[in-house]
Structures are given as structure tokens and as C-alpha cells.
Design a protein around this ligand. Structure first.
Ligand code: BES
Ligand code: MN
Ligand code: MN
Length: 465
């Protein structure tokens, strides 16, 4: 088996420079899945990836869906060896607010060892690290014969940031083609800059919109104020009742089935270098409000929560307008943990909101999308292989942590492909995914390339820990 020293030596300055240039090319394509105006850019990004994988000797294609195309590529030239499926997404969040970006979101710019661009960490940079990882491994073939020591499949979608609605049917239709021994995903944040991490849990999601109507139009707040229903006041009242003063969600049944942290996990987390004050400072906050009785890490990773993500109604323009809002609305997300089912939680909030609505409020709770929470068995050999790869690249053993975000398609992978999932995160929360000035450290990118290549070697060798 190739040694790591060998692998690192092989990742030459030229290869690193090339890996950067290529990623920057991908980052220049504004593949914003939420905006129909970018449909052409979505096709462009998909073709970019297909062409790259084809150039590496993969059998690669783009498949149309009811939404944005799926890129699928396979390199199945190692009979008898394991097969891994690497999943990632080439779509990105909208760039807004544009005026908060120091350099334009789709002109990748390097400052202080980081590339700044929308999608740099979420998820183009992390997904591309695997493509270059495979390329690094291919370049190791003794005779440049384009061989890999295992079978590799790539599945790169364009709708992760809008809920992956068309990917589950795609997986269902291509179950045989996508079959794999393990599924590898790098689409999250590791614990801290100096802490290599394997993630073993993600929260689920239930996302709803609450619409409130009071009167049949916005009304003069002098002529009607004091007697007419105000949709904003009523919505605020509803929202304020969704959590109590201990930070607990008040929806009846919300916590049913929520699993307690095991002692093993409690012990593992206690050893993590977390500091509340530093965490608060990192987001410029003066307090960390949340559910009473739980630590910050527990609240982020193992407890469900409810947050308003957007709110509207009445007058929001310059100056003042004296008006009582006829309608108002809010977007509300609930992050869920193992034991909670997103569809059940959606039904619970739909049933509950009308019971707490003030008199005169007509309410509607619309379900937008959801996703199952995920917990991964740390004993699975592929997780262990990822851990060994991290240890080789970083020179220290990884920590096993959970994450607070959601990747809704993971549960479909497990149910339809019956394969273990490995969450091998290369990014950091401070990369600011979804925010202005998103970035990815180039050192994290290159370590990702090395880790990917090393992990594939480890899996091919099938060593036990
Ligand atoms: N890459 C993130 C998920 C993520 C972020 C996992 C941080 C772990 C840590 C993904 O692109 C994402 O943004 N997911 C959405 C869900 C989706 C349905 C819009 C999320 O978590 O809000
Ligand atoms: Mn992502
Ligand atoms: Mn995202």
C-alpha cells in the first residue's frame, strides 16, 4: 500500500495550484438554486463537474430532473474492492445582501490564505476536495494507468439548498446504479480550526410559514387603532407563546421521544475545547439564550429548538406610515433530534398555533420542507477509516462530534441504499456559510484533498482499526 509520505510528496505545489485554479473556476459560476434566473448557471456548473470527472476517466453524465440536473459519475475498475459513493452539492445559497460582501461573491478572491466566494465552503470547496483527492490517488498509479484501488461513484446535486425535493425520487429510480458500501459526505463544519473532526450526528428540520390575517386590508391606525385586529401584534403574540421563559418549546408533544444524551457522549463532549465566552464573542453576541438546564453544545447538537427565520407585515419603507397591518407572516424552522419525526412535528405545530391565536386572528400554518435527524454508528469501519485518514494528515486523532445543521437527503441514502454514511467535514462555522463573505481556508481545502485520498486508500486496504 502507498504510504502517506508518498501521498503528501505527490501533492506537489503544481498540483496544489491547479487544484485552486480549478475550484475558482467552479466558484465563478453563480449556481444559486433558489433563483430561476440562474437555471443556465446551474446547467453550466453541472457540466463543469461532469467534464472534469470524465477527464479523470470516470464514466460521467448529467441527468435532468424536475429541477436542477444531477451529476453522476463512476469509476468501477477495481473488481472485488469496496465501492464508495461521494455525495456533494454544487448549488449555493443566494448571495444577498450583496452590499455586505467585501469582494464580489462570484469573483473568488484570496485574502489571508482563504478564498472568499459564495459556495467556497458550502459545498463546492468541500466537494471538489474529493474530486482532487481522487485525482491525487490516480496520479499515484505506478504506471499512470488511471487505476484506483477501489470503486468510486460521485453524486453531485443542484438542489440541496432548496430541500433536495427531486433527489430522493432520483435515488429511488437509480438504486442499483448508486449501490455502495459507504457514502461519504463533506458538507458541514468541523469542531474548531485545530481539531480534525468526524461528525456523527445531524439535526433534522421542520420548516413552516405562519400566515395571520386580521382585517381585509391595512387600516388607518388612527381611525381603527384600539378596536381593529392587528395582524402583526397577533403574530408577535403567537410567536412569543411558542417558547416559555425557560427556552422550552411549548407545542404539546414536541419533546416526546427525544433521546437523552448517553453518558458516553456526555463524557466525549466534556473533553471538547468549548468556551461559552469565546463562542459568544465569535458571533458578537452578549448572551447565549437557550433551553435551561443544558450546555451550549447539548443545545446545539442534541436538543431540538425553534427559531423565527423571517417576519413580514405592515410598512417597512422609509419614514413612518400610520397603518394597522391586515396581514402578517413568519418563517419558522424547528431543528429536530433523534426520536423526533419531522412530519409529526409539522402536524403538531399546525394543530397548536390555532389554539393559541388571539381572538380575531385567522391563521394558516403552511408546511415548506423537512428532514430527518441523523445519528451515525461510530463503530462502522468506514467512519474509522475516515478517522485514521484525519489522524495521518493532521498528526493527531480526530474528535467525534455532532453538528447542528441538516442534510435532509442523508436519511434517504440510508433507507434506500442501506449503506453507512460518513460525515467528514473539512469546513468551519467561521467560514460563514450562507452569510456574506463566505470563505474556505486553502489549507483546509488541501488537507481535504489529502484526507480524501488517504481515506480511499484506507478503505481499499480494508485495515481494521
Ligand atoms: N451544508 C449545510 C448543512 C450543514 C451545515 C451541516 C452546518 C452541518 C453543519 C447544508 O448545505 C444546509 O445548509 N442545509 C440546510 C437544510 C436545507 C433543507 C436548506 C440547513 O441546515 O439549514
Ligand atoms: Mn451544504
Ligand atoms: Mn447550505
Amino acid at each position: 500500500m502507498t504510504t502517506l509520505a508518498n501521498l503528501t510528496d505527490h501533492y506537489t505545489p503544481e498540483a496544489r495550484a491547479q487544484a485552486e485554479t480549478e475550484l475558482f473556476g467552479l466558484l465563478r459560476i453563480p449556481s444559486v438554486s433558489a433563483d430561476p434566473a440562474h437555471a443556465g448557471d446551474m446547467a453550466h456548473a453541472a457540466e463543469f463537474l461532469r467534464a472534469k470527472l470524465a477527464a479523470l476517466g470516470f464514466s460521467a453524465r448529467t441527468d435532468e430532473t424536475a429541477g436542477h440536473p444531477v451529476v453522476y459519475a463512476e469509476h468501477l475498475k477495481a473488481p472485488g474492492a469496496p465501492t464508495v459513493l461521494i455525495y456533494g452539492h454544487y448549488d449555493v445559497q443566494p448571495e444577498a445582501p450583496l452590499d455586505k460582501w467585501e469582494t464580489p461573491p462570484f469573483e473568488p478572491t484570496v485574502r489571508g490564505g482563504r478564498v472568499y466566494a459564495r459556495g467556497a465552503t458550502d459545498d463546492k470547496g468541500q466537494a471538489y476536495a474529493h474530486i482532487r483527492g481522487v485525482e491525487l490517488l490516480l496520479s499515484q498509479g505506478a504506471d499512470s494507468s488511471k487505476t484506483l484501488p477501489l470503486n468510486v461513484k460521485f453524486l453531485l446535486e443542484g438542489e440541496e439548498e432548496v430541500g433536495s425535493a427531486n433527489l430522493e425520487p432520483y435515488i429511488r429510480q437509480h438504486q442499483e446504479m448508486l449501490k455502495a458500501d459507504a457514502i461519504i459526505i463533506s458538507d458541514g463544519s468541523r469542531f474548531a480550526p485545530d481539531v480534525p473532526t468526524v461528525t456523527y450526528g445531524l439535526r433534522g428540520l421542520s420548516y413552516v410559514e405562519v400566515h395571520v390575517t386580521g382585517a381585509n386590508r391595512d387600516l388607518h391606525s388612527g381611525s381603527y387603532g384600539g378596536a381593529a385586529p392587528n395582524a402583526i401584534n397577533m403574530l408577535a403574540n403567537i410567536i412569543s407563546r411558542l417558547k416559555d421563559d425557560q427556552g422550552r418549546v411549548t407545542i404539546p408533544g414536541f419533546y416526546d421521544g427525544v433521546e437523552d444524551l448517553t453518558e458516553t457522549e456526555r463524557g466525549m463532549w466534556a473533553g471538547l475545547p468549548h468556551d461559552d465566552a469565546a463562542f459568544a464573542a465569535s458571533i458578537g453576541a452578549t448572551a447565549l439564550p437557550g433551553e435551561a438546564g443544558y450546555s451550549t453544545l447539548e443545545r446545539l447538537w442534541a436538543r431540538p429548538t425553534l427559531d423565527v427565520n423571517g417576519i413580514w407585515g405592515g410598512y417597512q419603507g422609509e419614514g413612518s406610515k400610520t397603518v394597522i397591518a391586515g396581514t402578517a407572516g413568519a418563517k419558522i424552522s424547528m431543528r429536530l433530534v433523534p426520536g423526533q419525526d419531522p412530519e409529526r412535528i409539522t402536524r403538531l405545530i399546525q394543530a397548536y398555533v390555532p389554539t393559541i391565536a388571539p381572538e380575531g386572528a385567522q391563521v394558516e400554518v403552511k408546511a415548506l420542507h423537512g428532514g430527518q435527524p441523523v445519528l451515525i454508528d461510530l463503530e462502522n469501519p468506514y467512519v474509522q477509516a475516515a478517522g485514521r485518514a484525519l489522524e495521518h494528515v493532521h498528526g493527531k486523532p480526530p474528535k467525534f462530534t455532532r453538528g447542528g445543521g441538516s442534510i435532509p437527503i442523508v436519511s434517504a441514502f440510508r433507507e434506500l441504499l442501506h449503506a453507512p454514511v460518513v460525515l467528514l467535514d473539512f469546513g468551519l462555522n467561521e467560514d460563514a456559510p450562507h452569510s456574506p463573505n463566505e470563505s474556505f481556508a486553502l489549507s483546509d481545502y488541501h488537507n481535504g484533498v489529502l484526507t480524501s485520498a488517504r481515506m480511499l486508500q484506507e478503505i481499499a486496504a480494508g485495515r481494521e482499526a
